[in-house]
Write a protein of this length. Sequence first.
Length: 317
Amino acid sequence: MIRINFVMLGETLSQYLFVVFLSPLFTGIFSKFKSRIESKKGPSIFQPYYDIFKLFRKETLIPEGSGILFRYVPYAAFAVYSLISLIVPVLITVPVFFTASADFLGAAILFSLAAFLKMSAAMNSGSNFSAMGTSRIISFNFLAEGALITVFFGVSLITATNNPYTTHSFLSTNLLQNFSLVHIFSTLAFFMLFLYETGKIPLQSEGLPELGMIDSGLNFEYSGKLLAINRWTSHMKQYLLGSIFLNVFFVPWGLFSTYPLFLLDFPVMFLKWMLLIFIVIVIETTLAKLRLFKVLDYLATAFTFSVLFLIFSEVIV
């Protein structure tokens, strides 16, 4: 007889629905606050929702000569990010259903898989602009993906486990460990990767100008429902990376793991994201965009931090 743990089921649904339905909100809040800092009125914080709903109502056009990957990869990428949302502690601090599907290293590989699928779909569109954006991402991602996997692998060495929930519990209960040299290097490396993966200045990758068409190149040929899903997955990716940074590296405190106190995790995560948005806005409004060829230097620095983190975790811990 199958017995269902309804508390765990509620925690699972809460975490998944929070990631799926509220991730666009944080994008809207970021755009609104940044516009205010720049003395502009800015769009509504719900503008990402309006854009997604508008695109769902529009006709989907399939480029002539595109293949099956172009049509179905948006759904596959959405599924990959949905699985990641149940593996890492992005809201609930205790394991939920599907947590055992993968560990930290598995989550890093899933992020890489989603990126690979999106690049394959862009190449499958037959567009020269998409091919240009894909070739640039490939030239950068060998450092970015390497740093991401190295950071996740190094974090597991701190607690001798790849379980992200155990790592979060260890860091949230051992205050001094968060100020160790090992943890500082890992935090810097992951934050630099967060800025790159989400296309924030100094590595802004959105826009139609040729030198800025990196992430935009992947969606250049998409329209209608497929473009809506791609944008939705981008919001989910941003939330997942940002929440991993907040809950594992930067501010691992404040979340509850027992019923019904875990309901307080919703406002706590909202406040944590306000802090992250403030930090990113300060960076975006004080730094200039890097030239394209400087992106490799930036990622090489992040990779160096991740390698140093890996070395120190073996030498010091």
